[in-house]
Design a protein around this ligand. Structure first.
Ligand code: SAH
Ligand code: SF4
Length: 339
């Protein structure tokens, strides 16, 4: 529930909205769990809350820490037995929660472990928010004085294939009386669901958009990202231009660097030509290993050459994503939930 919905519910029971505001603060400022005492909320209100709502926390089935010392992965159980993964990444000066939007994924990108496992089901807004709360609690438990400030929808699933629940979750985690995440620190990554990108623009969605491109021609892209056949590259680029012009906002493009497949100078030039007129930034992601795909990550020199071409010939800024948590399969495209 959003805060206004919670307020309306508590008031519909004939109680003051003050109790709802207090409950909201317990949950999202205090990060209270289902078994924590809700002091200062009268017993009659508490019993109505527990009778008519579910204050959930997702049980942790497995928690693993990377040898890098900065990355923790959580396998979380859902009420119907499905499982999802979420990741806490600590960098110098900031911490990021990487959350899942679906159990599995229907998009079938060839190099992605989530795609390789197939689609299980949509997550509810509550299941998405619970992951953020869980990661925020883990950060606090690690003794980190700072609050969780960054959230990326880059875990399992395609967020624009679950638009309603994802945007509801975004509203809840942005609420200034709760988790209070700044929209400038929330990024949604999409495989390129064209209607979803257009809808974000038309809804004036406040969050950053990253589009997983990986190839600059329709044919090469369709070989890596099968849904490119449904939403072809030219339609995708139209939607990206629409997003940038309607919202007057920058856009990110992700490019998984695969040795010999999409990391040559010709590929860098093709990408540069494709996006040079957009206010774009490129995130290069050296391929992480998954059991269903045989490719290798690009070598460091190839990544640097790719960046130089984008910068020098097209004026495009780019970053190479730090490899984190690969030893515990917590890197991009490595999340899956073995049964
Ligand atoms: N479904 C969304 C978000 C999740 S994946 C999307 O596809 O954008 C987050 C990023 O990791 C995407 O850019 C995705 O293409 C990339 N990725 C998937 N598998 C990968 C792998 N094995 N190595 C590196 N990046 C990968
Ligand atoms: Fe789904 Fe994204 Fe993985 Fe593609 S890369 S299969 S869209 S999670």
């Amino acid at each position: 529930m959003t805060r206004p919905e919670l307020g309306a519910l508590v008031e519909s029971w004939g109680f003051s909205g003050v109790h709802a505001a207090r409950l909201w603060r317990y949950l999202y400022l205090g990060l209270a769990g289902p078994s924590d005492p809700l002091h200062e909320i009268p017993a009659r209100v508490r019993s109505r809350i527990s009778a008519e709502t579910r204050i959930g926390a997702l049980p942790v089935l497995l928690e693993t820490g990377s040898s890098d010392g900065f990355t923790r992965k959580f396998l979380l159980g859902l009420a119907d037995g499905e499982r999802i993964e979420s990741v806490l990444m600590r960098f110098t000066g900031r911490a990021t929660a990487c959350v899942s939007s679906q159990a599995g994924c229907a998009m079938g990108c060839v190099f992605c472990a989530t795609g390789q496992m197939g689609y299980r089901r949509q997550l509810s807004a509550g299941e998405i928010v619970s992951q953020v709360v869980h990661v925020a609690r883990a950060l606090r438990a690690s003794g980190e004085p700072r609050r969780l400030r960054n959230v990326v929808f880059m875990g399992m699933g395609e967020p624009l294939h679950n638009y309603g629940s994802v945007m509801r979750a975004v509203d809840i985690i942005r609420d200034p009386a709760g988790l209070g995440l700044a929209s400038s620190r929330i990024t949604l990554s999409t495989v390129g669901v064209v209607p979803g990108i257009r809808r974000m623009a038309d809804d004036a969605s406040p969050v950053h958009l990253a589009v997983s491109l990986h190839a600059a021609t329709q044919e090469e892209r369709a070989a890596l990202v099968p849904v490119a056949r449904k939403w072809p590259l030219d339609e995708l680029m139209d939607a990206c231009r629409h997003f940038c012009s309607v919202l007057d906002r920058r856009i990110f493009f992700e490019w998984t660097l695969i040795d010999g497949t999409n990391d040559t100078p010709a590929h860098a030039h093709a990408l540069g030509r494709l996006i040079r007129r957009l206010p774009a930034q490129v995130n290069l992601i050296p391929l992480n290993p998954t059991s269903g795909y045989a490719g290798d990550p690009s070598r460091g020199e190839a990544a640097r050459r790719f960046q130089r071409i984008l910068a020098d010939d097209y004026g495009l800024p780019s970053t190479v994503r730090q490899r984190r948590g690969i030893d515990i399969a917590a890197g991009c495209g490595q999340l899956a939930a073995p049964a």
